[in-house]
Design a protein around this ligand. Structure first.
Ligand code: PYC
Length: 332
């Protein structure tokens, strides 16, 4: 039976929506969150489309379910849902999820100010500061991030040649720096980002295999990170991150910031211990940092951290009933 009632805590992380779904969790099979993600996609994707797409969601909608931990020392596990699918990892999503869950008492930290979270991409530890019940910030110690491809040339219809890099930070990002045929995000309209992003993504995925070396279910360049000049003097970089079919991230994008730091570290532009304050399309900021380096399947990977904040905007009780022709959402 494909119907249900889903209680949700709605809010945003630095401007991008987070819908923490607190009831109606399907029982998922699998020992790891990666296996549970595959089961969800195979059997329960209707829940994602119903809660993310119009008329119950919108182009930028992003959400999560909290599950019991899948590791002996974990505090909880998180499954991410979004308009584009079930991301292996979502930085803004996890900052919002943990903020809302801590404030509402849905998660209790066994170690003061630290949560150990199992995600489909792997373990992400999170430090946080809470004052009078409110969470001031969450700092994620994200999965290892690495530069997968450098200086790849593609020819984009109506645009011409672009040189791109591809880096992993929990998802695979196509990173486009300012160059002859792309002057930087401050000189492009949102319409141009939305027009060219899917074209670039298709071309890249036709030409290159982006597969995580330790988990072949994590594959495909899904997001684009267009860069430009920040508006705030303390930002080190600015981005417009494209995801799904029509979304530009309103937050600075946690996995995108991790990917960008990996790219910059590999090019000698960001050292271990250095901060990278990343500015979003609307000017909000995450504080990124290269905490260290590690080896991942013979490659150098960075250990990135991302710090940001989130706010609750309301509580929502969403019903999905198959007597509604738009029960499972639509896209125009
Ligand atoms: O913050 O990692 C992130 C993210 C991915 C897609 C949108 N936001």
């Amino acid at each position: 039976m494909r119907k249900g009632t889903f209680f949700c805590i709605d809010g945003h992380t630095c401007g991008n929506p987070v819908r923490l779904i607190t009831s109606g969790h399907p029982v998922l099979q699998g020992a790891t969150m990666s296996e549970k993600r595959q089961h969800f996609l195979a059997e329960y994707d209707w829940i994602r489309t119903a809660l993310m797409f119009e008329p119950r969601g919108h182009d930028m909608m992003s959400g999560s379910f909290i599950y019991p931990p899948s590791t002996p020392d974990g505090d909880a596990a998180v499954l991410f849902v979004e308009t584009s699918g079930c991301l292996p990892m979502c930085g803004h999503g996890l900052i919002g999820t943990l903020t809302f869950a801590l404030e509402q008492g849905l998660i209790v930290a066994r170690t003061p100010n630290l949560l150990k979270i199992d995600t489909p991409a792997g373990r992400v530890n999170a430090e946080f500061q809470q004052t009078a019940g409110k969470v001031d910030w969450v700092k994620l110690f994200n999965v290892p991030a690495f530069l997968a491809y450098q200086d790849i040339s593609i020819t984009v219809p109506e645009l011409g040649e672009l040189t791109i890099d591809i880096a992993y930070g929990g998802n695979f990002y196509i990173i486009v720096e300012p160059q002859a045929n792309f002057p930087g995000i401050e000189h492009w309209s949102a319409a141009q980002i939305l027009k060219f992003s899917p074209l670039v993504r298709t071309l890249v995925n036709q030409q290159l295999a982006c597969v995580h070396p330790l988990d072949p279910t994590v594959k495909g360049a899904s997001h684009l990170l267009w860069t430009g000049t920040p508006t705030q003097s303390n930002s080190h970089g600015a981005n417009a991150v494209f995801y799904g079919d029509k979304a530009i991230d309103r937050s600075p994008c946690g996995t995108g910031t991790s990917a960008r730091m990996a790219q910059r570290h590999a090019k000698g532009l960001l050292a271990v211990g250095e901060q990278f304050v990343h500015e979003s399309y609307i000017g909000s900021q995450f504080i990124g940092k290269v905490e260290g380096v590690t080896e991942l399947a013979g490659k150098i990977a960075i250990l990135p951290s991302i710090q940001g904040w989130a706010r609750v905007t309301g509580h929502n009780c969403i019903t999905v009933d198959d007597d509604d022709p738009y029960a499972y959402g639509f896209q125009v």
